[in-house]
Ligand binder design. Structure first.
Ligand SMILES: [Ca+2]
Length: 250
């Protein structure tokens, strides 16, 4: 809030000095923020970012969070946006969500059910069914579920059933991509060999927390979106669609 009281000139200077930061950095292990050149924000610290839903859409560069040391920021390849992508290069946590934790605050203005998608790649090995997943949880949302053709599944340990096939624990879903096209693509499913797209329900306007944590090494994530049924998926994931505005936690 203090920033708003500063003279515009000072804000301009601050933005200018941030925009000259070194784009060649390939790691992002600092709390200090660089102002994103792509996202509209006056927020100076990544840890204070709040991504604001507008017209049923949330669109966020995955690298815009505070990460633990084994999440490495890289920017090779053409099929990525923002400052690059994050790839997990630590141990694998197939049955243990919560390691390599990163969080995103999301301000929902329009209550409703939102589909979740992320754009991810396999950066280790040659198989599309390995090194292809990361944990995801929305613990404070009204509901968090997978749905396919009327079949609804809930994360394990939430008291709700049925649960997915394969890994799930403490309200976390394992979110995977599949197929042997290993480059970045938009896909986010849960339940092994029974792919269910993933949805989050927010009954009230408010600020919610999305958590991700490490599962497979070599899984790389570039960007994520949440969108309600007023937004076409093709529009939600289109390169030219604007990223969400970022405000600052008070
Ligand atoms: Ca990105």
């Amino acid at each position: 809030m203090r920033l708003k009281l500063l003279p515009l000139a000072l804000i301009a200077i601050t933005l200018f000095s941030c925009s000259s930061s070194d784009d060649s950095d390939d790691t992002n292990n600092v709390d200090d923020a660089e102002t994103s050149e792509e996202q509209n924000t006056n927020c100076n610290e990544v840890k204070n970012y709040v991504f604001v839903e507008k017209d049923g859409l949330v669109s966020v560069e995955f690298e815009n969070a505070v990460f633990t040391e084994n999440w490495i920021q890289k920017n090779d390849g053409n099929n990525i946006s923002g400052k690059g992508y994050m790839v997990w290069e630590g141990d694998q946590y197939f049955g243990k969500p919560g390691e390599g934790l990163a969080t995103y605050s999301i301000k929902i203005n329009k209550p409703g059910t939102y589909k979740f998608l992320w754009k991810s790649a396999v950066k280790k090995g040659n198989s599309g069914s390995e090194h292809n997943d990361t944990w995801l949880r929305f613990a404070d949302a009204s509901d968090f579920f997978g749905e396919k053709e009327g079949s609804i599944i809930y994360p394990n340990d939430t008291g709700k059933t049925p649960n997915p096939k394969g890994s799930s624990k403490d309200g976390w879903f394992k979110i995977y991509r599949s197929g042997n096209d290993l480059d970045f693509k938009w896909q986010a499913n849960t339940s092994d060999n029974d792919s269910h797209p993933v949805f989050v329900k927010f009954d009230k306007a408010g600020t919610y927390t999305m958590e991700i944590s490490a599962r497979s090494s070599g899984h790389a994530i570039d960007k994520f979106v949440l969108f309600d049924d007023s937004v076409k998926q093709a529009d939600a994931i289109a390169d030219e669609t604007e990223l969400s505005e970022i405000t600052c936690k008070n």
